[in-house]
Unconditional design. Sequence first.
Length: 288
Amino acid sequence: MLRSFLFVPGDSERKLAKAPAIDADAIILDLEDAVAPKRKAAARRNVAEYLQERNTDDRQSVWVRINALDTRAASLDLAAVVPAAPDGLMLPKARSAQQVQALAHMLDELEAETGQTAGRIGIIPLVTETAAAVFQLSGYTPEIPRLCALTWGAEDLGVVIGTTHTRDEHGRWLPVFQQVQSLVLLAAGAACVPAIETIYSQFTDGEGLKRIAEQARQQGFTGMLAIHPDQVSIINAAFAPNADEIAYSRRVVQKFADADDAGVIELDGKMLDEPHLRQAKRVLDTGE
């Protein structure tokens, strides 16, 4: 389970060179917002070169955020990076599940043309960067090909609706963003994929990030986006189960294994059923 996703600007050779040494579970080589229009061509070359030269056995998953699918830049992005086989693509400003399906179809064709393993490249859409997209969240289902997770963005949405702030003075989401955050969690649950928390823009506020990341995990998010290397260790720690959680989850799994396929077990005075077993396995997948 991937906990930390660090954005790395595709046009910065210096930051790309440092990326492998950062302890992020995944890096997102950015061709979209972090790159000025005049530098996108150079960024594509840098990203393609990075992908071609990386060691595919590296522990770090490598994704690319392309430009919005309805732009010419997106087609240029795909032509440049798909032959270099990233682990996945982040799709910004995804309007609906249909747009994710369209991207999946484009990847089918590009993989076939370049002789790559079919279906290898995954997709994580940013599903709330427009107001209209929020009303399409119910369209994400387990049947959507290549869908690996859902994540969301508050900054772009805030611009669309004209808000001056996304959080209050205590760092808590304002009501509209809290509602959208909850809808993303529900949409990810309905699609049977992980939910990835959005960025915390105050990258020098480690304590604030720790609090927010821990709250996100409690709500059901499995990881979080990062915009600065200093945020990575905090996110990794927040989304890693502690020793007590791991020990308890092991007991749950073992108790079910010893129960001869029983649907319900008793442990520590509590009745546990199949959802508890799934949660225990999820904790172990993250922590071991």
